[in-house]
Design a protein around this ligand. Sequence first.
Ligand SMILES: [Zn+2]
Length: 253
Amino acid sequence: MPGVGLDRTMTRCIFCKDSLGQFTTREHILPESLGGGDWAVLPNGLCCDACQNRFGSEIEQQALGDYPLSFFRVFLGIPTKKVKAPWFNSWEGKIRASLQPGAFGFDPVLSFEKATVDGSKTQIRLIAHPLKPDMVCRFLLKMGIEVFAANVPNDVFRVKFDAARYYALTGDKTVLWWYLQHERMDEAFHFMIRGVSEHEWSQNVSLEVIELEAEQEMFHLSLLYLDLFVPLTTGVQPQMGGLEEPKFRLFRV
Ligand SMILES: [Zn+2]
């Protein structure tokens, strides 16, 4: 009967592939706490509330609190969703953004405070390594699937993306995944000291899906001094020839 009921052809979740759930929340492809604005909102009807919730509460939090995204948020002073200064924990204490270019806050743990007073410690060491690379990888896969969906909504349901969407959502995998990180530290220091202008931001933050050979797809997230690449289809092998550590780092999960 025309005009009766909801048009279910318009809503289908790109992660669980179901049409029956609720589709009421706004999903940011790039989270607000990484600087994603209205330009980064996924079109309605593509991510159900249950999946959105799961990403928000289980995966995004952990990925955003882990290296390299924690460093990016704190040292560039990108506020959290609740407009608080971001922070992360190190062994020596809590590192806080001050929201002033070139300045950071530090709340030492008691043992470190004592060690600095007696002179046995004079430096803070920050470990530039993810504690949970699987969460970083799943978070990148989530963004990649969403970017593809925003551009080609019908093709995102193809079987070739099933392994990626399933691993992103559930953490269960049948193949090994990986992501490649490219970090330009000289540029990072430049932005940390000087701050980031609106213009620099709009010119140097991007999310794109790159089509490779033989129906393979790769997601590329570019955040000023930091590039992250993750394959969205299985069978893509990392090409590390000529890419030197630590500028380029490969994480297998
Ligand atoms: Zn869903």
